[in-house]
Design a protein around this ligand. Structure first.
Ligand SMILES: [Zn+2]
Length: 184
């Protein structure tokens, strides 16, 4: 089966503020009743809270027949990832980057730029169409697959997150967000 992971990525948190912003996001989710801390082994895990349904899109029309199963609380946890991270939307075909300056997609790029960004925190990708070099995190992708960032909130095996929830969460963080979703 694998894990269906949705990651709400904070695109703007700096390396210095990632941990504090991660705490801020987690505290808000808990205050809203969307997650609850549960002691587990030597630490604490964040499981679905009493109002978890308010964060998800529970009833797309073709799911109504199965609503009983969907009422069950998601068993996966919420993890906060703070620190320089290449965040991905699961496994699968890697999409092409789209230049944020001229909106051209290119298939002629090398994944080495990702290693460079991960190692040093800075890497530019050159656009074959307009010849400009643009920092890797600023590129768009032919589907939301990558985020090169310092803070992410991973929801494992939750139903699809409601866009109203993710927009509200972004407002609380005060930063741009990107939502990545996929199977692992
Ligand atoms: Zn370009």
């Amino acid at each position: 089966m694998g894990t269906y992971r949705q990651t709400v990525v904070d695109l703007d948190a700096s390396p210095e503020e990632a941990v504090a912003w991660g705490d801020r996001g987690r505290e808000w989710l808990e205050a809203e009743g969307l997650i609850r801390p549960v002691p587990w082994q030597d630490g604490v895990v964040q499981l679905a809270g009493p109002r978890w349904r308010e964060a998800v899109d529970l009833v797309p029309p073709d799911w109504r027949a199965r609503i009983k199963e969907l009422e069950e609380e998601p068993c996966g946890e919420l993890r906060v990832v703070a620190g320089r991270t290449v965040l991905l939307a699961g496994m699968g075909r890697v999409p092409d980057p789209i230049c944020p300056r001229c909106q051209s997609a290119t298939s002629t790029w090398s994944g080495e730029v990702i290693d460079t960004w991960y190692t040093t925190g800075a890497a530019d990708l050159g656009c074959p169409a307009c010849a400009r070099r643009v920092p890797l995190p600023d590129w768009d992708w032919t589907r939301d697959y990558f985020a090169f960032a310092y803070l992410g909130f991973e929801f494992d095996d939750w139903p699809p997150l409601d866009p109203h929830f993710t927009a509200a969460f972004g407002k609380v963080l005060g930063h741009r967000i990107r939502v990545l979703a996929g199977k692992w």
